[in-house]
Design a protein around this ligand. Structure first.
Ligand code: GLU
Length: 549
């Protein structure tokens, strides 16, 4: 029985050849420097920050070079597929505006690009044509090993302190005749297809990873499975070969954990005589935990999941900046020189990735975000807050929209100045900073006046100020002069230096007087500029609050 006959028995309906597919998906017509990258998630869970790092790097490499960034759904492990995972991946890419040039969404039948299908489960025929080719060439074979046989091999290898895997004498079915294989298949025995490896573990080859530099690996000699028996879909390794070849990927950006599979991929590409893409194996994301540094973990760290950043309301700009900062060590310096440039103008350099792990720091993100939000116009912050609260705080959303102009003015306090306030790292923090500006929220408040003042002192300050001095149309200088005049009249010191030297000569300082007023109208002992707050609250609200106290 010939190999061809065996191949036809296994794949009777596959008539297209590797050459047919090569012709169907020709080299892309792009300029010489253009890079083709792909983000290739498995929809088996919710997006981890490490996946996002890969997606960003893919995106920036493609966009910076005028190339193509595409999305491929690696759904060959259907038992582990998580409902909603694909939708979430799409959502994240859209939210951060990392829109792929080519993609395909199963349920919506939306597709863009001529190198598809972009969903692996829809590419079965293509994989089978490639596998059939290998069987005809004698480079792949059906393997009938049962789970028990596999376990026995593993046990023997462990006992003999040998490498684990199906190679050499452990590759039992590598040597059976085509007749025997056909008979077993006809008898309905279960099988996988394995590569008939031609590698020699004692031989080494050189491999150049763009991030990690030149490395040496022993050749692969394991007859790895290339097709799973359960659903006849390819294993990751084989799908990587077929897809990244036919989709004409130039740069594979993927997690460090795939590094150890490089020998397999090297052999697969060599077997077909295809050019390997370039590889960028990206580091793990680390975080500080006390004085230790450890891998960021989906289980322990909420910030490991991309949902965290949206729930908190971090602006997309800040998240991308924070990730770019850990992606490339020279990004921050570049940003300083190009404050207004889009991040895709940055030329990503894989060599400048950390090899030992990328340290992600939430404080850094907060800083970036505070700076960013402080530089926006109040109206822009309002729009972000509007979008955010629509999703996460409907009640507050109603309030800010009911008083839209007022809210914009509130957000504008101490904004249009050389050094604007940096109160908020995320949109979820804004409510906590401005709720007291709305009567709807200013209910059941607690006032924590400084205990050194008696109720009488407080009453005296409030009554004097609001009966004799307060005028809502005063300008800032007048307002301030009046505060001083009143403080002096009531026995408070208006000169902080003098007060520090002789505190016992006074009831307190002017700062304390204004804090009494601040607490009375906001309930907080810290706030942005009191003059602005009084002005925005307006006479009616202010006097009502004083009356209530
Ligand atoms: N589906 C693989 C994963 O999610 C992709 C790895 C790759 O980018 O090649 O880990």
């Amino acid at each position: 029985m010939t190999n061809k006959e065996l191949a036809d028995l296994i794949f009777p309906d596959i008539t297209k050849t590797v050459a047919d597919y090569e012709a169907l998906y020709p080299e892309r017509d792009l300029s010489e420097n253009a890079k083709v990258t792909r983000y290739a998630p498995s929809p088996t869970g919710f997006m981890h920050i490490g996946n996002f790092l890969a997606a960003i790097i893919d995106y920036v490499i493609a966009k910076n070079s005028g190339g193509v960034f595409f999305l491929r759904n690696e759904d060959t492990d259907q038992a582990r597929e998580v409902e909603g995972a694909v939708e979430y991946i799409r959502h994240v890419l859209e939210h951060y505006k990392l829109n792929p040039d080519e993609y395909e969404y199963k349920d919506t039948l939306e597709q863009k690009g001529s190198y598809g299908p972009y969903i692996q489960s829809k590419r079965k025929e293509i994989y089978h044509a490639f596998i059939k080719h290998l069987i005809i060439e004698g480079k792949a074979y059906p393997c009938f090993m049962t789970q028990e046989e596999m376990d026995a091999a593993r046990e023997a290898q462990t006992k003999d302190k040998r490498r684990i895997g199906i190679y050499g004498k452990y590759a039992k079915y590598r040597y059976i005749s085509n007749e025997e294989a056909a008979e077993r298949i006809n008898n309905g025995e279960k099988y996988t297809i394995r590569l008939r490896s031609e590698g020699d573990f004692n031989r080494k080859f050189k491999f150049n990873d763009l991030a990690n530099g030149e490395m040496e690996f022993p050749e692969n000699d394991i007859d790895i499975p290339i097709m799973k028996s359960s659903n006849l879909l390819p294993t990751y390794h084989f799908a990587h070969l077929v897809d990244d070849h036919l989709m004409r990927t130039t740069h594979v950006v993927r997690g460090q954990e795939w590094m150890s599979s490089v020998p397999i991929h090297y052999e697969l590409f060599k077997t077909f005589g295809f050019k390997m893409p370039k590889y960028v194996h990206i580091p793990l994301i680390l975080k500080k935990d006390g004085d230790k540094v450890r891998k960021i973990s989906k289980r322990l760290d909420p910030e490991a999941r991309m949902t965290y950043y949206e729930e908190k309301g971090y602006p997309i700009y800040a998240v991308i900046e924070a990730i770019m900062t850990i992606a490339n060590s020279n990004y921050e310096a570049w940003r300083e020189g190009h404050p207004d440039a889009d991040f895709t103008e940055f030329e990503f350099s894989p060599k400048k990735m950390s090899k030992s792990g990328a340290l992600f720091d939430l404080d850094k993100l907060d800083n970036i975000s505070k700076n960013y939000l402080s530089r926006l116009k109040a109206g822009e912050v309002f729009d972000l807050l509007d979008t955010y609260t629509k999703e996460y705080d409907k009640d507050f959303n109603e309030i800010i929209n009911k008083y839209k102009e007022y809210t914009i003015n509130v957000l504008n306090i101490e904004r249009e100045q050389k050094k604007p306030r940096k109160d908020y790292a995320s949109l979820s923090e804004i409510k906590n900073g401005i709720w007291y500006m709305y009567n709807e929220l200013f209910t059941n408040v607690e006032y924590n006046f400084d205990t050194k003042f008696s109720n009488e002192d407080i009453k005296e300050i409030l009554n004097t100020y609001f009966n004799d001095y307060y005028n809502e149309s005063d300008d800032k200088d007048t307002w301030f002069n009046k505060m001083k005049e009143m403080a002096e009249k009531l026995g408070y010191c208006t000169n902080m230096k003098e007060y520090k030297e002789n505190p016992d000569n006074y009831k307190g300082s002017i700062a304390e007087v204004s804090n009494v007023i601040r607490i009375a109208v906001t309930s907080k002992d810290q706030s942005p500029d009191l003059y602005e707050i009084l002005k925005l609250l307006g006479k009616e609200r202010v006097l009502n609050r004083i009356k209530n106290i």
